[in-house]
Design a protein around this ligand. Structure first.
Ligand code: 5AD
Ligand code: SF4
Length: 481
């Protein structure tokens, strides 16, 4: 979908914009900065922005860039949806996320009646779906700007076009045309940050909409990734998470010979980076080289998120996952054996078409045998346009609900048992959040579990040793060593 017609292409400011990126966007940021400064002066206060991020870490990362662009234009962050600009970075992996977004846009529309100069911006995966954009175009005219996952870098330009055109601006690209680096970014935490190493997904799991909304798999150049890590480290970041829909196929399409394992090593060697995480690998091509790198490299966190989806070989085939129940269990066992202390976590879908009680038994069997530290469990959500949406044997909500409860019980038992084994140990944690009222710090262990312990706020962002005094199921209470 191209830019909608209602923008003014004879506008002098637009015609004078540099053609190159990111220079062009810095130009529009500056233009918007003056426009917003005038508005702020008229109002006698700063303009505020509120960003709401749905979905995965990729969206979280994109939102930091979007916040950076808006911040550079002069907006100040606010917790309230009454802000002068509200941006929703949407997710469409499951249908209920979409429903929630529509509800909230309706609410924003009412708030806009009180502040007609309010700007409402929608972006992210849901906007890559024609049906969603059409619905917003038809029924939510008050939404100001809509763009997708491939062109977030255009935010400043699109907001400017909205200012001069006075009407809804829609600009969604079907596929990625380029990767624009070096945009401003507001780092939510300061001491930890995500780095995209690849975009898109070529796996086409039959339930999943991601390949349709995020496009084909593209890896970023290793040198750019390392440079971003260096830049982040120089600005105080201690922990980075390498992000991609399927990180272990990193670099497979390029000929520089840099595998994901090698990339992990390169990033871990950046001065100032103390910890490296990654999300998400696919069990079908988890190389031994990667297991070895995690095992020997002290900076790589001992946490492997290994999405199972189902423990039934029959359903795994229908899902197009390319592994069997036995292969998954073998891989999980190998990872645990070669990487002492590793936490394996997972994603599981219940209610996939054709699922029987025996399939659920298989899944629960894997949960018990693999010993997951935690599992994200989802009820299958039918996504139009995916092969599974047309499959026979769709499972009713009621049946899926009962099965889901069974699964949750099994997951609860096994993860609590896994965590409890750590009671009494001392571990290194990254101090991530401080609750002043209770005087409690939340630290993240290298295996991704959390521990709350009494500490001082100044410790935020540092790595400290903590004793795990008491296991509370999926988190700990502890004390500084
Ligand atoms: N329904 C339910 N869960 C889904 N996921 C992806 N697509 C769907 C769907 N249609 C889950 C998978 C994936 C996680 C990010 O979301 O478990 O690993
Ligand atoms: Fe979706 Fe499968 Fe790609 Fe993950 S690997 S994003 S589940 S298609």
């Amino acid at each position: 979908m191209e830019l909608s017609q209602n923008t003014d292409f004879t506008d002098r400011v637009i015609m004078a914009a540099p053609a190159e990126e990111p220079e062009r966007q810095y130009y529009f940021i500056d233009v918007m900065k003056s426009i917003l400064a005038e508005k702020a002066a008229a109002l006698g206060r700063k303009l505020t922005m509120h960003i709401e991020t749905f979905g995965c870490q990729m969206n979280e990362k994109d939102s930091e860039t979007l916040a950076g662009i808006l911040g550079a234009m002069g907006y100040e962050e606010s917790d309230s949806e009454d802000a002068d600009l509200v941006l929703y970075n949407t997710c469409t992996v499951r249908e209920n996320a979409n429903t929630r977004v529509y509800g909230r846009i309706g609410y924003l529309g009412n708030r806009k009646k009180l502040n007609p100069d309010k700007r409402i911006v929608l972006c992210g995966c849901m906007m890559q779906e024609n049906a969603a954009v059409e619905k917003i175009r038809a029924s939510y005219r008050f939404v100001d700007v809509i763009f997708g996952t491939h062109n977030i870098f255009l935010l400043a330009e699109l907001l400017y076009r909205r200012e001069v055109g006075g009407k809804q601006v829609i600009c969604v690209w079907d596929k990625a045309q380029r990767i624009v680096e070096s945009l401003p970014r507001i780092n939510k935490y300061g001491f930890k940050a995500g780095i995209n190493i690849m975009y898109g997904c070529d796996n086409f799991c039959t339930y999943c909409i991601v390949p349709y909304v995020r496009g084909r798999e593209r890896s970023r150049a290793a040198a750019d990734i390392v440079e971003e890590a260096r830049h982040l480290a120089a600005n105080g970041v201690r922990e980075v998470m390498l992000l991609g829909q399927n990180v272990n196929s990193y670099g497979k399409k390029s000929d520089d010979g840099i595998s994901f394992a090698k990339l992990l090593r390169m990033v871990s060697e950046v001065e100032g980076i103390a910890r490296v995480r990654f999300m998400t690998p696919h069990p079908k091509d988890f190389a031994d080289e990667l297991i070895e790198e995690i095992a020997v490299n002290d900076k790589i966190c001992k946490h492997v998120h290994l999405p199972l989806q189902s423990g039934s070989t029959k359903l795994l085939a229908a899902m197009n996952r390319h592994y069997t129940k036995e292969q998954y269990l073998e891989l999980a066992a190998k990872i645990k054996e070669r990487i002492p202390g590793v936490a394996v976590t997972t994603d599981i879908i219940i209610g996939f078409p054709g699922e029987t009680e025996a399939d659920v038994d298989d899944t629960i069997d894997v949960v018990r045998k693999a010993g997951f530290m935690s599992a994200y469990t989802f009820i299958y959500s039918k996504r139009n346009g995916t092969p599974a949406a047309k499959m026979d044997g769709q499972v009713s909500e009621e049946v899926a609900g009962v099965r889901f409860k069974r699964l949750l019980e099994a997951v609860g038992e096994t993860s609590a048992a896994q965590a409890a084994k750590l009671t009494g140990e001392s571990v290194t944690v990254l101090c991530e959040e401080y609750k002043a009222k209770e005087g409690l710090m939340t630290g993240r262990m290298d295996n991704n579990l959390l521990v709350h312990f009494p500490a001082k706020e100044e410790m935020l962002g540092s790595l400290v040793r903590v004793n795990l005094d008491e296991c509370k199921g999926f988190y700990f209470l502890g004390s500084l060593v």
